[in-house]
Design a protein. Structure first.
Length: 212
């Protein structure tokens, strides 16, 4: 909570995830893998301009053509296949109805998403939190780096270890989890890099490891 309070005081609300619909959020979760959000925005805009940001639109367009439209997001052939996998999953299992996808309990939603080829734990949990509105903490590289550098977890801690640690020690509130995750991402991008910029970081005065 001290970390959260320091980051919120420094940066304020992040208003994340930027999306007009649940489907747009889900598409963004796949497109943002291994790229910046600026690139994702360009790809999503391409889809919007061609009226493709729908279950039907993404379901009917060939993957090879879709890849061209999402090219700004990088790894476009791979991501086109992953998007098609996700849409097929929603079509086959939920008759193309995202509300039905998000109706079951949280574990069932997560398990279903993880069954889709190309969707890992971080992407699945992002969809569960920001799309379905369920209180699941999204863990990413920045989460691990910040917590490890401040001595809260071991370096070898895995995704599930971090998630359990955070959810055992934080209030299970959807909006709080969204805000905290977004603040962690901002801190990781701006300060807690591979070569950290500790001197101006809001977490500078926390007990932290010393770097060579």
């Amino acid at each position: 909570m001290e970390i959260y309070n320091l980051l919120f005081a420094a940066f304020g609300p992040q208003n994340w995830w930027p999306a007009e619909t649940e489907l747009e959020m889900m598409v963004g979760a796949i497109l943002t893998q291994n790229t910046s959000w600026n690139n994702v925005e360009k790809a999503i805009q391409n889809l919007k301009e061609r009226d493709l940001l729908s279950i039907r639109g993404l379901g009917e367009i060939p993957a090879s053509i879709l890849a061209g439209y999402i090219r700004p997001a990088g790894y476009y052939n791979l991501k086109a296949k992953r998007l098609k996998n996700l849409i097929k999953f929603v079509e086959d299992k939920y008759n193309g109805d995202i509300d039905r996808l998000f109706f079951p309990d949280t574990d069932a939603i997560r398990k279903g998403l993880l069954s889709v080829k190309g969707i890992g734990m971080e992407t699945a949990d992002s969809i569960v939190l920001y799309g379905a509105g369920r209180p699941v903490f999204v863990v990413d590289t920045y989460t691990h780096r910040i917590l490890a550098r401040h001595g809260l977890i071991e370096e070898e801690a895995g995704y599930n270890d971090l998630q359990v640690f955070l959810m055992d020690n934080l209030p299970h509130d959807v909006e709080f989890f969204k805000e905290f995750h977004a603040l962690i991402v901002k801190t990781g991008k701006d300060f807690c890099r591979r070569k950290p910029l500790c001197s101006n970081c809001p977490l500078e005065n926390l007990n932290k490891k010393q770097y060579d």
